[in-house]
Write a protein that binds this ligand. Sequence first.
Ligand SMILES: NC(=O)c1ccc[n+]([C@@H]2O[C@H](COP(=O)([O-])OP(=O)(O)OC[C@H]3O[C@@H](n4cnc5c(N)ncnc54)[C@H](O)[C@@H]3O)[C@@H](O)[C@H]2O)c1
Ligand SMILES: O=c1ccn([C@@H]2O[C@H](COP(=O)(O)OP(=O)(O)O[C@H]3O[C@H](CO)[C@@H](O)[C@H](O)[C@H]3O)[C@@H](O)[C@H]2O)c(=O)[nH]1
Length: 437
Amino acid sequence: MKIAIVGTGYVGLVSGACFAEMGTDVTCVDIDKAKIESLRQGIIPIYEPGLDELVRRNVRDGRLHFTTSLEEVINDVEAVFSAVGTPPDDDGSADLTAVKAVARTFGRHIDRQAILVTKSTVPVGTSEIIRGIINEELDRRGVNVDFELASNPEFLKEGAAIKDFMSPDRVVIGVDGPRSREVMERLYRPFLLQNFRVMFMDIPSAEMAKYAANAMLATRISFINDIANLCELTGADVSQVRRAIGADTRIGNKFLYPGCGYGGSCFPKDVQALIRTGEQLGYPMRVIQAVEAVNDEQKHIPFRKLRKALGRLEGRRIALWGLAFKPETDDMRLAPSLTLIEDLLGDGATVCVFDPVAMDECRRRLSDKVDYATDMYAACIDADALCVLTEWKQFRLPSWPAVARLMNGETVIDGRNIYSPDDLAAAGLKVHAIGRP
Ligand SMILES: NC(=O)c1ccc[n+]([C@@H]2O[C@H](COP(=O)([O-])OP(=O)(O)OC[C@H]3O[C@@H](n4cnc5c(N)ncnc54)[C@H](O)[C@@H]3O)[C@@H](O)[C@H]2O)c1
Ligand SMILES: O=c1ccn([C@@H]2O[C@H](COP(=O)(O)OP(=O)(O)O[C@H]3O[C@H](CO)[C@@H](O)[C@H](O)[C@H]3O)[C@@H](O)[C@H]2O)c(=O)[nH]1
């Protein structure tokens, strides 16, 4: 079986490599010539555990190819996947420019039966826009080509993308005809041989399922952050509260970790896009409006804790461990670290940062606005306080005596609640965590 995947970002590249690993012949397409050129040379543009090896193996074995030209391969594949970006527009709704561009290329060049599968996260109703564009192009050419659409939203998490793709909890597929169903079933069967959890449905339901899933997960995070902030005011311990409620199997314990807010390229943008969809239809989505508002506030909490501990930060030096929005990725899109850095610089502090993989990404975004440490301990030299915003494994059990010797102060802000206050106290340090004073 041959497929093409348009958009070679986190989703397109991971999906392409995983489909190829299962024996499918995959051509990954991107308009970014430099990206395609480096992929051809075996250079992977993103940090995602295991991806380098997976891509190289499948390129070597001849199942994974890269091109900038969809038209070259479009009539040689059974399905074209669209995995291009859908970033937020100025008003927060999903920007469909790239999705529409792929539909237009598809309509301009297909000559035989084909399926266009949308993997990008797109608002309900987008498939009808796509259908309209393809029909317009076919009419313009004066040809009648039989095509079907499918919606196959992706649920992988960055940092665990390959594992998520290879053994998904479920695969959601919206289809508008029997051929797209048959092709998608064939494509996904190798992943789910033992326990075939492909859920077929209509396209609007599949499109909505993606937003509903992300909004639900974001809701859990804002909910526990709200509870954490109330715990701080009441003297309750949010870790114990979390364990107590998570033990109820109706609630479960996943995605209930308090912290300095959710970031990344998905939750913030998808929550916003769902709010806009509601507004456009005259139905205010009040729960997730609150989810967004709580998250926006939560990202400022590390700064407020620092201010409370140290007063004005002008002339102070703050060490920051963790720039990526979560561990195991170099992605800094809407990361809590960016909010903290902006708050600190705005207050006149200097910031010295360290992250195991996101240093280059930080340099690209902030250049010399912050200082870059060579390792986590070097970041602490002469620091008045240390903030930890990403729970990388190497940050979990540091030598606190070494940190205390290097620092100029005693304040540690634990933005992910990973430290025991006793461990720090033994080294003369004082930790302020989320939901704790
Ligand atoms: N990142 C994730 O963890 C994740 C998970 C699930 C779903 N999604 C969704 O998947 C989609 C893609 O996300 P991503 O993070 O992979 O994006 P990304 O920004 O990493 O990659 C998008 C790629 O599309 C390319 N592109 C843009 N316009 C193009 C065009 N007209 N033709 C060919 N290529 C084009 C870009 O050059 C880029 O390489 C989004 O809708 C996102 O919401 C992302
Ligand atoms: O209990 C938790 C869990 C997560 N987070 C934060 O939430 C953000 C998102 O984390 P995660 O969901 O692990 O990463 P993403 O790669 O953004 O994945 C989400 O967004 C993707 C894109 O839509 C979906 O495919 C995934 O299913 C969905 O989990 C990060 O900042 C985390 O620190 C918390 O604060 N507390």
